[in-house]
Design a binder for this molecule. Structure first.
Ligand SMILES: *Cc1c(COP(=O)(O)O)cnc(C)c1O
Length: 378
């Protein structure tokens, strides 16, 4: 292959600039115009999310979730250590204490069996992350949630169009957060969405998103003036972002079909390596679906992964590792007082992600897979 193969290449459907032009020409370019409403409707009708609100990022949606849950100094939130910093930061910004739990042995997702021992009277939320768009065992999570009266937040940043027993991820927990960062299946450069499934949060979520004002009810004619009623911030994106996003959402099925096709091609070509015990391929449990957000390999150890990444690099392929356990991060390592989290650390050292994007050609997928196989047969 003469050219380099990057890890990600954002895909454009072709409609983005047309919709942005339309948004600009209405001269209603701030948030909550026509395209924002279309995006909200899309998530509500297609995924059964009770109320959807666009935000400027998934990070913003997580921060809104932390405000909605009224987290205070000393409250505790349980979440995996193997996740993106925003999952934790959102709650730490409210003064809450994060309680990290380990991943499963055969999957980077939070091990649900480990949660109950971490629950205390101060636990105010359980945050699950559907890693690679693969569902956590949501029946088990929701059972714990009901038993202890603790709300569940789904970090569904990677989980658009992914399902648990047929139910869309992001429609199950009290609150959920999606990302449209350019590395995600559906993107708007930067962007996010808060999903609200518990109606008690509907009204306050609108207020928090509109700088702590009841501006949204004012525009619906429900109140005759609007003012400052709560804390809040500016979490809503402009119509330009929403217009871009809507062009992507309209093409969701086509984008997903192509990504799943590429994912399966990798899987088929690399299956023999797994049979030989060289690497592990991604596991999709029976209760989950595959939205092809990511194709990753789990190597035996750090040396093997470093070698593989270097080998692929020499051949012009950009493969990348992923999270570093948050409990071992420079910011948190001295604050962490919990037990060791060996599975989270294992994925920190051994997981590698292969290039996966819409425009990746069959021969490129095959080239990447061949170079992976070549490394392990040396
Ligand atoms: C991408 C991602 C985020 C952050 O999304 P932004 O839209 O960039 O804020 C949060 N959590 C997880 C699991 C992610 O993959």
């Amino acid at each position: 292959m003469a050219h380099k193969i990057g890890f990600n290449k954002p895909y454009l459907t072709g409609k983005e600039t047309e919709y942005i032009r339309q948004a600009v020409e209405t001269r209603k370019i701030s948030g909550d115009g026509k395209f924002t409403k279309l995006c909200h409707q899309f998530f509500e009708s297609r995924f059964g999310i009770k109320k959807a609100l666009l935000t400027s990022s998934c990070t913003d949606a997580l921060e809104m979730a932390a405000i909605l849950l009224d987290l205070k100094e000393g409250d505790e939130v349980i979440m995996p250590s193997f996740t993106f910093v925003s999952t934790a930061n959102a709650f730490i910004l409210r003064g809450a204490h994060v309680v990290f739990a380990d991943s499963e042995s055969n999957h980077p997702n939070l091990d649900i069996q480990k949660i109950e021992a971490l629950i205390t009277p101060r636990t105010k939320a359980i945050v699950v992350v559907h890693y690679a768009g693969v569902s956590c065992d949501m029946d088990a999570v929701m059972k714990l949630s009901e038993k202890h009266g603790i709300p569940v937040v789904e970090d569904a940043a990677q989980a658009i169009d992914a399902y648990y027993k047929g139910k869309a991820l992001g429609s199950i927990g009290s609150l959920s957060a999606f990302s449209f960062h350019e590395t995600k299946n559906i993107m708007s450069g930067e962007g996010g969405l808060l999903g609200i499934n518990d109606p008690r949060f509907f009204n306050r979520a609108e207020i928090i998103r509109e700088k702590g004002t009841n501006r949204s009810s004012f525009f619906r004619g429900e109140v005759d003036k609007y003012g400052w009623v709560d804390i809040g911030s500016s979490f809503l994106p402009s119509e330009i972002t929403a217009a871009f996003l809507y062009a992507q959402l309209e093409n969701l099925d086509e984008i997903q079909k192509k990504r799943v096709y590429i994912w399966k091609l990798y899987h088929e070509m690399l299956k023999p390596l797994e049979s030989k015990g060289k690497v592990k391929l991604p596991v999709i449990p029976d209760f989950g679906s595959n939205n092809a957000h990511m194709f990753y390999l789990v190597c035996k150890d750090l040396d093997s992964r470093s070698g593989l990444i270097a080998h692929l690099n020499t051949h012009g392929i950009n493969a990348v590792f992923h999270y570093i356990s948050l409990h071992k991060s420079p910011f948190y390592q001295n604050k962490y007082k919990g037990n060791p989290l060996p599975h989270s650390d294992f994925y920190t050292d051994t997981l590698v992600r292969l290039p996966l994007y819409y425009e990746l050609k069959d021969e490129e997928v095959k080239y990447v897979a061949e170079k992976v196989i070549q490394f392990f047969s040396a």
